[in-house]
Design a protein around this ligand. Structure first.
Ligand code: KG4
Ligand code: ZN
Length: 359
């Protein structure tokens, strides 16, 4: 099953081809970061218009790089949600038009399922079941993952997501947008222990998170002393330690409680070096394994959408040819949404736990 995947949920246009036999065939990405930078955040209407400009040239590039033509594609996947409505509609309409013109199935993919399964784009691939720590700009969640489509939410953020906290703190410190990578870079030159920030919910006894208080503590710290470059670096360093302390502690607790041996980390904050180093050391010390997506696929991309589309379309095909056979645990789920050719919609808000479970 060879699937063309299109991601347009926010400020990155991503296109890729994934083949269930060969793996990732080709991928291309255009980031709108430079365009939105002047506004300090994503401007939805500008995002949609830029997706319109970029998506077809990116599809042509991916086809040229892979030496394939549209006729060689067995299905089309696009991000159906969650995300910005106008931005999602660009990918969904292009996918729908391609499906109609080529007479191929079109599948709407859940963006977070893309992030969650993105470690399957790296070798070695994690085997199911595993615990997943999803740390993106909009989400900080822990899931118990038994297989494709079998996601049980273990913990969630009560307010800001980890990436959002990185971005807001970076803004407070006068760093650009998106601030996560810039803040992480600055943290490297800060001194350990120069100030103390709270570790929110560390002792809460559950697997939930809260990061908005940390942002307020950073604001207070930034007003306490003149905000020199050295002070900024100290705050960045302590902020990163605080976020990583909480993420590591909760991820370890989730692994212990669920009895799983594997932890998968996905989403933009999964690119953070301190988080990766500390998680790997602690999980491996307990005899477990940690899996990450390739760095390029931590943030939004088309590869993860093509991957999920290919897995689900392949499962739907198997399901339709062996009608009546029930799906064994660990097997692939049937496709979430295979709309009629020509009909499409988007889901700007969409709960991952509501995806269909096989069986
Ligand atoms: O997964 P993603 O592309 O977006 C969503 O789907 O939400 O993640 C983007 C987030 C941003 O908040 C960005 O600041 C953060 O990931 N991020 C990082 C790093 N790289 C990206 N945060 C901390 N350290 C990094 N190295
Ligand atoms: Zn994302």
């Amino acid at each position: 099953m060879r699937v063309l995947g299109i991601e347009t949920s926010c400020d990155e246009t991503g296109v890729a081809i994934y083949d269930t036999g060969r793996g990732l065939v080709a991928h291309a990405l255009h980031s709108q970061v430079a365009m939105h930078e002047a506004y300090g955040g994503v401007v939805p209407e500008l995002a949609s218009r830029d997706h319109v400009r970029r998506v077809v040239p990116l599809i042509e590039r991916v086809l040229a790089e892979s030496g394939l033509s549209l006729a060689d594609v067995d299905g089309i996947a696009c991000t159906e949600g969650p995300g910005l409505a106008g931005a999602l509609l660009v990918g969904a309409s292009v996918a729908s038009a391609l499906g109609m013109a080529l007479d191929r199935p079109v599948i709407g993919v859940h963006h977070l399922e893309g992030h969650l399964l993105s470690p399957l784009l790296a070798e070695p691939r994690p085997a199911f079941p595993f615990v997943a720590l999803l740390v993106s700009g909009g989400h900080t969640q822990l899931f118990d993952v038994e297989g494709v489509g079998r996601y049980r939410l273990l913990g969630d953020t009560l307010d800001d997501a980890a990436g959002e906290a990185f971005d807001k703190t970076a803004k407070l410190l006068g760093l650009g947008y998106p601030g996560g990578p810039a803040l992480a870079a600055l943290a490297g030159s800060g001194r350990d222990g120069a100030l103390a920030l709270p570790r929110p919910m560390l002792e809460s006894g559950d697997l939930d998170f809260s990061f908005s208080g940390l942002k307020t503590a950073v604001l207070t710290a930034s007003r306490k002393e003149p905000l020199t470059d050295a002070r900024r670096a100290d705050i960045a360093c302590e902020f990163q330690h605080a976020v990583v302390d909480v993420l590591v502690a909760k991820a370890l607790a989730a692994v212990a409680r669920s009895g799983r041996e594997r932890l998968v980390v996905a989403g933009g904050v999964g690119a953070n070096r301190e988080l990766r180093a500390r998680l790997s050391a602690q999980v491996e010390a307990r005899g477990g394994e940690v899996f990450y997506p390739p760095l390029a696929f931590c943030t939004d991309n088309g590869a993860m959408i093509a991957l999920v589309g290919a897995l689900r379309l392949a499962a739907a095909k198997v399901g339709s040819t062996s009608r009546g056979a029930s799906t064994a645990p660990g097997e692939l789920a049937p496709a979430a949404v295979v709309p009629e050719v020509g009909a499409f919609g988007v889901r700007p808000r969409w709960d991952l736990a509501s995806l269909p479970v096989p069986g």
